[in-house]
Write a protein of this length. Structure first.
Length: 112
């Protein structure tokens, strides 16, 4: 069971997220954990400390794409790291769902 699914205290979870941070344009995008499920979901939990709430346009921005590249290189436990090992990130698109308090699930799909 993942740290988030175990409903760990938010203060402890926030500390855990701070181990890998990408900082640019007022955003501090942190990898928190890879989603665990019985299905192949291709999802991570990310946290953004500082930036405006995410929009679909933000996911297409250079800032977000740079954050994905950063985590695909540095956050070895992340789903985006695993995907980056087998394909170019340029063919991956992302969608998100807000969990509140700056936390987001990010779902990755392949562009055709």
């Amino acid at each position: 069971m993942g740290f988030f699914a175990a409903r760990a205290p938010i203060s402890e979870y926030e500390k855990r997220c701070r181990t890998q941070s990408f900082v640019a344009d007022g955003h501090r995008i942190e990898f928190c954990e890879r989603m665990e499920s019985f299905q192949d979901t291709n999802e991570d939990i990310l946290r953004d400390e500082g930036g405006k709430p995410w929009t679909p346009e933000f996911l297409r921005s250079d800032t977000f794409r740079s954050a994905l590249q950063f985590h695909a290189t540095n956050s070895t436990n992340s789903e985006v790291y695993q995907l980056g090992q087998i394909m170019e990130l340029s063919i991956i698109s992302a969608a998100y769902r807000s969990l509140g308090r700056g936390f987001y699930t990010v779902h990755y799909t392949y562009r055709h």
